[in-house]
Structure formats: C-alpha cells, structure tokens
Design a protein around this ligand. Structure first.
Ligand code: GLC
Length: 754
C-alpha cells in the first residue's frame, strides 16, 4: 500500500481514536454516544455520585471537596450565584471527569415575578397563557443559575382538605394534562440548551393527591383502573410532551411506597411509556421507606428505590452509603446502575451543561421586568372566578361611587397574596388590592381601609367596630378575606375548610348595614362559606394571585375586564361531602332532583333509597367548570356530524354561542361525554375538550370540536386500554352542571380498530 495512503489511514485512525476518546466532551457527537463513552470511563463511585442530590444548607470547604471528588451530581437550593459558580468549578475543573452539576429549585408558580398558585393558573383554562407564565419563570430562574425546577405538580386532587391542592391543576385528568403539558412546554421550550429554558419535573409520581382523609403524606389506595384512568393520565401527557424528569412521591400506594414502586416506576413509566429522562426522589422519601415499614434499614431502602427505578436520591444519602456494596454484592446490577446514570447524564447533555456549565451572561435581566409583570397580571386576571353577582353589583360604577370601604386582613397582605411555595418572590414587590385601588381611584373615591382582624385566623372582634364605622360611611365595601398563605401547601391540611377565624361573624355584622358588599376570597383551596353567601352581593374567588394580584382584582372589580375564570375543582357545601367531584360514578341508586334542597345540618326524613345525605343537598356548592361573567352567554344548535360513528371516524361537534350581554368577555366552552354502559362502570361525565373564546357584546360564534374513538378509551374489564361500542351522551356548555349544558347523543358502532 502506498506510503501516503498508509499515512492518511493512520492519521484518520489517530484522530478518530482521539476523537472517540473525548467523545463525551464533543458537543457535536450524538448524545447517546457521549453517554456511553462517559459511562465507560466512570468508576462505580463516580456513577453513584451522579445519583446523589444534596440540599445546600450552607457552603463550606467540605462540600467543595465532596464535589471535587465527584460524589455529588446535583444540589437543590444551592445558594446564590457565587455559591453555584464555586460548586460548579469544583465539579467541572477539579473532578476527574469534569461532569457538571445540575442545580434544582422549586420554581412552582413563578420565580421572582410570582404567578398565581397553580390551582389559580388552572382556573384560567388558558394553556397558552399558562405556558407564557412558565416561559418567563424559566428565564428568570436561569438568570440565577437554576437548571431545573421541581414543577409542574400534576397530582389529581379531589380533596380540598389536602393542603397541596393549592399546587395542583385540580380534579380533572384532562384539564390537568393540558395545563401540565403547557407548563412543561413553557419551562423547557423547544431546546433545553437554550439559555432561557430549564428542565421541568412532573410531580409527585403518583397518586399523592389521593391521601386518605386529605391528610398530607397519608396512605393512598387506588385500584389500578382508577390509577390509570385518572391519576396517571396527566403524567402520561407530560411524558409525551417531553418532560425531562419526574419526582417520586411520599405516599404509600396500595402498600408499596411510590419511591420504591417498580410497577409505576418501571413497568408503566419505562416499559410502557419509554421514558428516558430521570426520576428524583422527593425530599428524604428514600429514607422514609424505613418509616413506611417497607425497608428494614437505609441499605434496603437504597436497594428498593434503585431497583424500582429512582435515579437520584434527594437529600438523604443512602445511595452514597450503600450502593457500592449493593452493586459489588450483586444485589443491584451494574447494567441497571448504568441505565439510571444514563438517564441523569442524558438530561445534563440535553441541557448543554457540558458546554455551558456556568451561569450564562444575559444582555439584560428580565427579572420583574414590565413584560413579566404584565403576563403575571394577565394570568391573575384570568384566574379570578366570579361565583356570585347579585343585582349586578359588579363591576362597581366609579361615576356614582363616592366612597368605598376596603376591609379585611387580605386587602393589604403582600406575603400571603403570593401563596404557598413562594421561595424567591419577595413581598416587597407585591401589588396588593389596597395599593392598586388607592393608586387608581384614591383621588376620586374616598377610600377607608380597615384590616378588621389582626390575622385571617383571629377570633376576637375588637377591630370590628372600626370596620362597621367605615362601611357605614361608605357607598359600598370590598371584603378581602380567606386563608393566609400558611393555611395551604405542604403539610398544611385542614379538617375544617370554612373561612378561618371569625371571618363569618365579621361578614354578618357588616351585612346588617345595608351596603353593597363584595367578598373577595383569597385561598389555596376550595372553602365552604355557604352560611354567608346570602349576606353579600358578589363573590370573587382569587386564590392566591401572586405579585400582580392587586391590579388584577381591581381591574375586575371596576370593570376594566370581565371575570373569566372557571373552577378546576368542585366546591363542597360542607366538608362532610368530601370527596365530591364531578366525574364520579353513577352508583346503582343515584339521587334524583326531587331529593335536592336539604338545608345544611337539618336531618330530613329519608325519601326513598338513594345515594344522598339526610342533612345536606347532594349537589356541590359550585360545580367543576363553573364561573360567572359580566356578560351572559347563550348556547344553541348543538349538532354532531354523525349520530353513529365507527372506530375510524372523526366526530365533528359544533355549537353556537352568543354573547347576549353588554360586556366584552371570554367564555370557556366545555365538552363532556358520558359512556352509558361498558364492561366496567364509567363516570357520569368526562371533560374531553374545551376552548376559551373572546366575544364582543352581541357577537355570535360557531364553536367546533372534533373527537375520535381514541378520546373514548378507558381501561376495560381486562385492564386493556380500549374503546367499546355503545351509546354515549355528549354535553357542551359552561360548567359540569347539567343545567349549564346542552345534551345530545351518539352511538359508537363496529368492533375493534383494524
Ligand atoms: C418537598 C416537596 C416537593 C419539593 C421538594 C424539594 O418536600 O414535597 O414538592 O419539590 O421537597 O423542595
């Protein structure tokens, strides 16, 4: 062979060899090549290091040394920018292979510009808007060197006693799937390498929201069919949307804690859904396998969590302590460790951390910028749900309004207004309702503010008189009541869910003055307040609306915009009705309309044998999907393209909606179905589509939807995900309440799809 050819081949071989030798550092190489190259170079200790996440209680030389030895793969709450740079330098420049750290943080509903709590965001029924919210949150967090957020929380929550319902997207699997996917797309964008995006983490996988009694961390018993048809649905949706990571939960699921549950973590998540990101445990939930009585000690906890499929242990250090001996003793296979480590490295490569391990330089900061505040305000405005508006009291007419009383502990509560899980948002940036209203109308309307209660939970009446005097001297009064931020969120479950303290007494006293009262409730959950609804004219439910909540609420009260929020969760009349949710089963003895009307707490004589209570109406206080507007909407002409469809057809649905009022307003048109009979019992309604549409006064629009047999699937008697032929009802309207819905029906014919 000619010398020159030999030289060329040698050159090619040498370069490619060198090239391959550094493949994992080659940004142009295929990620899977980079992963396998890197893993082939790693020691077992280094692999285990990637599987350990630590919380940075405080920076010290020991931590730096641990990182430099490649014993940590991630930190959460890793201090300020300088701390992150120090830690990253130790990882990238001092550790043997220079694998960068991934920094996680709970960016749950905004970073420094705080958005409404997720339950409020779900109330917008506006996924595009919610996506914009997580986009700006990702960018703000990225500016502080955060790579990864522990959001969205998409636990289906049917129990308002559970404090974490505040962090959820509500009770419905379809709405939670749409809103949760929008949040993921906003956080992650189209390219995780972009400086403006961060990795998302769907949590808490799975079934955490079904905690018995609504008591946080409590046992969950969920039959597989309910697990698949309800609780897993949003997680499957976000996995299909490309979520980078999931977080295993605290709860014991049918006797097997989710952090040690190979059925959910392996069979479903990996084998069925082909998920190739990584799972981080929740805070010490690996260690808690011991307390669950599922592991004898830390070693068995590590064994069970790893073998089930938890890639990374958060805060507790059983992986660091025991995985080496577990692998060397053959209890855990090297192949499985490699697969778990590959999942972590895959996300680090996708994030571009090997190329950009340090905080990017941004031209200018977007933190708390005007655009971000405007988006936060838009979400807050669309999250507010109007539950009542007697005599069209709202919007207040500024022309005739000369004096206004602003009453209550939440009128000017900048920290509480931000809601639970606000780690980086600061109270000083909050625009409260008092601030917003005074700023806009303080010159033209005589405003009297009285807090009236020391806190939301006060039980004394010593300030009531000041409030009574202020309302007496005013044309109308705004009452800002509800829960402070600490009454919801993690570990903050409540056995009673009425207005805290003696807020009801305050309302009762003020209602005696004969002035129009507008009640604005801020809360992290549905509350029960049936005792006072006839004592106030209007009720706005504002959740915890975040940094810009004050301006949002003011714009609604004074008519700059019409309320358009819809409830993402059913409101019970009393906590005794819980759990109560719209997509329930029919039972063999459903109550009928003539069994309505029981007044709270007065046992009635039983009328027939049906599924109801003697001492309260069987219907909720407010239905899923409910929310009033300043305008009014008329639904008509519900038509289907066919009355009989087969498995390959597309069913076209159309309905005419008219804005019959005098305000420009948005309406969320909801489409539900009911499968009348099947191999297993089916819910009386299931949300399958919705559209939020703006109408100018008098405008009529034809709204169209499409359904296929795919939308009718469920887990049948053989636990197969199937559609079954049969008769269906289809509903379109403004809430899950039958009286707000037009109804039609169709038949699904034919056998299984070819
Ligand atoms: C908490 C929460 C979880 C959060 C994690 C890190 O206990 O359960 O939602 O992301 O720990 O803060």
């Amino acid at each position: 062979m000619q010398y020159r050819v030999k030289l060329f081949l040698f050159f090619v071989f040498f370069i490619s060899n060198h090239f391959l030798a550094q493949t994992y550092k080659n940004a142009n190489a295929d990620i899977e090549l980079r992963i396998s190259d890197l893993i082939s170079k790693m020691t077992l200790e280094e692999k285990i290091g990637q599987m350990q996440q630590l919380n940075l209680w405080q920076m010290n030389s020991k931590v730096i040394d641990t990182v430099a030895k490649g014993k940590v793969g991630s930190f959460l709450n890793a201090g300020n920018k300088q701390d992150k740079i120090k830690l990253q330098k130790a990882a990238v420049e001092k550790s043997r292979l220079g694998i960068p750290l991934i920094f996680g943080r709970d960016v749950i509903h905004g970073y420094k510009t705080v958005l409404p709590i997720p339950l409020g965001q779900a109330s917008t029924w506006n996924p595009d808007l919610v996506k914009r919210g997580t986009e700006i949150s990702a960018r703000e967090a990225a500016e502080d060197g955060i790579h990864w957020t522990f959001a969205p929380m998409i636990d289906i929550a049917r129990d308002p006693r559970w404090g974490r319902i505040a962090e959820s997207c509500g009770e419905d699997p379809y709405l939670a799937s749409i809103i949760g996917s929008a949040m993921v797309k906003g956080f992650q964008g189209n390219d995780l390498k972009s400086a403006n995006t961060i990795a998302a983490c769907a949590k808490h996988y799975v079934g955490y929201g079904a905690a018995e009694g609504g008591k946080d961390y409590n046992t969950t018993l969920i039959p597989e069919r309910e697990l698949r048809d309800v609780y897993l649905k949003p997680f499957h949706a976000v996995v299909k949307a490309g979520v980078a990571t999931l977080m295993s939960a605290f709860n014991d699921l049918n006797g097997v804690p989710t952090t040690g549950n190979s059925f959910t973590l392996k069979t479903i998540l990996r084998d069925e859904w082909k998920f190739d990101g990584f799972v981080v445990s929740d805070w010490t939930s690996v260690d808690e396998l011991i307390k669950h009585g599922f592991a004898k000690d830390g070693k068995e906890a590590a064994l069970k969590a790893v073998n089930a499929g938890v890639n990374m242990e958060m805060v507790s250090e059983n992986y660091t302590k025991y995985l080496k001996q577990l692998v060397e003793s053959g209890k855990i296979s090297t192949q499985w460790i490699d697969e778990l480590v590959a999942g972590i490295l895959r996300i680090k490569f996708k994030l571009g951390l090997f190329e950009n391990p340090y905080i990017r330089n941004f031209e200018e900061s977007t933190i708390l910028c005007k655009t971000n505040k405007a988006i936060a305000k838009e979400i807050a405005t669309e999250s507010v749900v109007m539950l009542q508006n007697k005599n069209q009291t709202l919007p207040l007419k500024t022309k005739s309004l000369k004096s206004l009383a602003i009453i209550g502990p939440l009128a000017d509560a900048p920290k509480d207004q931000l809601g639970t899980w606000t780690l980086d948002g600061k109270a000083k940036n909050t625009i409260t309702p008092l601030t917003a209203i005074t700023k806009e109308f303080g010159e033209t309307i005589k405003i009297k503010y009285v807090k009236a209660m020391a806190t939301c939970r006060s039980n004394d009446t010593k300030y009531f008189q000041n409030a009574i005097d202020a309302v007496k001297q005013s044309d109308a009064a705004l009452l800002f009541l509800g829960e402070d931020a600490n009454l919801s969120g993690e570990t903050h479950s409540r056995a009673f869910i009425n207005l805290p303290g003696n807020q009801e007494d305050l309302i009762t006293e003020l209602s005696k003055l004969g002035k129009p009262l507008v009640l604005i409730i801020m809360a992290g959950r549905p509350l029960t307040f049936g005792n006072i609804t006839d004592k106030v004219n209007s009720i706005l439910y504002a959740w915890h609306p975040g940094t810009m909540g004050g301006e949002a609420i003011s714009d609604i009260i004074f008519g700059k915009t019409s309320p358009s929020g819809k409830l993402p969760v059913t409101f019970p009349r009393t906590v005794g009705q819980v759990p109560i949710y719209y997509n329930h089963k029919n039972t063999g003895r459903p109550p009928s309309a003539n069994q309505l009307g029981r007044t709270l707490g007065t046992p009635e004589n039983p009328e027939g044998f049906a599924s109801y209570y003697l001492d309260v109406d069987f219907t909720p206080a407010y239905y899923f999907g409910y929310g009033e507007s300043y305008s009014s909407f008329n639904y008509s002409d519900l038509t289907l393209s066919k009355k009989n469809i087969d498995f390959n057809d597309t069913l076209k649905v159309s309905v005419t909606v008219a804005n019959t009022g005098k305000y420009k307003a948005k309406e969320t048109i909801q489409l539900y179905i009911r499968d009348l009979y099947a191999s297993v019992t089916r819910p009386v309604k299931e949300l399958k589509r919705f559209k939020k549409v703006e109408f100018i006064p008098g405008e009529t629009k034809k709204i169209n939807f499409e359904l296929t047999s795919e939308d009718l699937k469920f887990y049948d008697i053989n636990m197969q995900y199937n559609t079954e032929p049969g008769d269906f009802e289809l509903f379109v309207g403004s809430s899950a309440n039958d009286k707000d819905l037009l109804k039609t029906n169709f038949k699904l014919t034919g056998s299984k799809e070819e």
